[in-house]
Write a new protein. Structure first.
Length: 261
């Protein structure tokens, strides 16, 4: 084959490759365009349960919430027009949701994975406020699906502030930290049912067993007071029995002062 013919063959091959590449790119672009214009077929929702196995929010709540925020059902959007990052932000604005992840799968379904906030304390103050706090101190409203079985704090409590955990003298912070101390000890966690704050800012604890009141006083030397209380319940109280006393006082250093019925 002459050099001229060889050059012509090479050129033809390059042209054929170019045509093939253009055709392939056209097919890919067409497929992508069809994908972007395809309607969303469904919403698949996966909510991680609380440690108790319960749910503060249900799968049925999610499409309703999203329709309110996006002005249309999510399934009315073409795949290419749905802003997945905005969808995640909207979900994470819900007080029951700690984190949200969303993606669109090969079947044109929106997959949503949610982690709920975990309530650890319920607040029912004298001003009529009723809400939960999670592990980070975030405010959670009562759920229509589930009443979390957590300790209750009542009485003269200040309103919730986003930065209350940074304020050492904030009564709500003190209640929150005391609740954390109780949660860390299985015995005390099972013992104490309620924390009440009186007008003087003193704490009064109510046990689940018996009708005694436990005078905790102000939030000072909290760990020492709880240690004395635990030792008394385990070692001292069995000698007299649960019903022998009406109250226990932890306000005096190194002592548990008991008042008989």
């Amino acid at each position: 084959m002459s050099t001229a013919k060889s050059d012509i063959v090479k050129v033809l091959r390059m042209l054929l490759w170019g045509v093939a590449l253009i055709a392939g790119a056209s097919i890919v672009l067409g497929a992508m365009q069809r994908k972007e214009n395809a309607p969303i077929h469904d919403i698949v929702i996966d909510i991680a349960p609380l440690a108790s196995g319960d749910f503060l929010i249900s799968e049925e709540d999610i499409p309703v919430m999203l329709e309110e925020r996006f002005a249309h059902p999510i399934t009315a959007f073409p795949v290419g027009k749905l802003d997945v990052e905005r969808l995640e932000r909207v979900l994470e604005e819900d007080p029951f949701v700690k984190s949200a992840e969303a993606y669109i799968d090969a079947q044109d379904r929106v997959n949503i994975e949610l982690v709920q906030r975990e309530p650890i304390l319920r607040i029912m103050d004298n001003n009529g406020l009723n809400y939960y706090l999670d592990k980070e101190g975030n405010q959670i409203p009562p759920s229509k699906h589930y009443a979390a079985r957590v300790r209750v704090a009542t009485g003269n409590l200040p309103p919730h502030e986003t930065d209350f955990l940074t304020q050492e003298d904030h009564l709500l912070r003190q209640v929150f930290v005391l609740n954390e101390l109780l949660l860390e000890d299985p015995f005390l966690d099972a013992l104490i049912e309620q924390i009440y704050i009186n007008k003087r800012g003193e704490f009064i604890l109510s046990p689940k067993i018996g009708k005694q009141t436990i005078m905790f006083g102000r939030y000072q030397q909290a760990e020492g007071k709880l240690s004395r209380l635990k030792t008394f319940y385990r070692e001292g109280l069995p000698y007299k029995g649960w019903q022998a006393y009406s109250s226990f006082d932890l306000r005096y250093e190194g002592q548990v002062v008991c008042k008989k019925r």
